[in-house]
Design a protein around this ligand. Sequence first.
Ligand code: PMP
Length: 311
Amino acid sequence: MAGKTARYAWMNGELVAWEDATVHVRTDSFMYGANVFEGIRAYASPDKTQLYVFKSAEHMGRLFNESMKILRIEVPWSEAQTTAGMLELLRANEFHEDVHIRPSAFFGGGEAHTFDPKKIERGFVITAVPRPQNPDTLWGGFHVCVSSWRRIGDEMMPPRVKAGANYLNGRYAFMEARVEGYQSAIILNQNGKVAEGPGACVMMVRKGEVVTPPVTAGILESVTRATLIQLFRDEMGIDVVQRDIDRTELYVSDEVFFCGTGSEVQPIISVDKYSVGTGEVGPIVKRMQEIYFEIARGGNDKYSAWLTPVY
Ligand code: PMP
């Protein structure tokens, strides 16, 4: 059982005590991973008086208009209501530190042994918990391997849908990496090209270009990936190239990094024990971290539209 890390959760339209945000073990969500969800971060301002939800509309929009649509899960609450619920939840918990927010639409109780969405209850829950950054890895970089597991694909388990069950694929890769002594993994798609990490997209710097796999490579269409593509162009004058990446390109690249809401902008300093570039965090990813975190904490007015102030 998850420890108590917040006072309240938001469940099915109202705030409830953290302990009361429960589902029965016979729900399809618990049994089969029949849920779709989001990971959203809220960043505290440097003086901790304000909290900014980063790209709230993009995340809630992906949940309602992509993940829920494709899985055909409809809930009685609108995107506007769940967004308001999320802000209400953050205020009720009186958070003044970095938090990670998880809205989730799920199939609950109902008629057993049926996939008929009309016969199964639907629920929507939002939780938020403090999630401080890990300075050791964020500034020091990750050692990763290329997983022997392949990424799920659009024709069987679409990675574009941020479904709970999809994360078993990432879990196999991640656990393999951990058992082998790495910090994380890069997963290849069915064509043997780089897809993404267990919970983040991948970018590479090679021969003067920043490269990332296309959205058709078996990846989640990441909000952070789109954010960085824009920031590379507008803040660093770099047009990110979206093309397939070979495994061996990672071995001879200058920089590799993960990007995602949870991973943020996470440098990778070795792949399969090949040093990436000099084996230290490279200048391009370092500069992008500065740009990204300044914006996320409200320090760049040009991008204030990306932030939703909580207080
Ligand atoms: N890929 C996967 C598999 C993920 O779980 C995540 C994290 N949500 C990402 C990519 C990054 O997506 P985003 O930038 O929207 O958080």
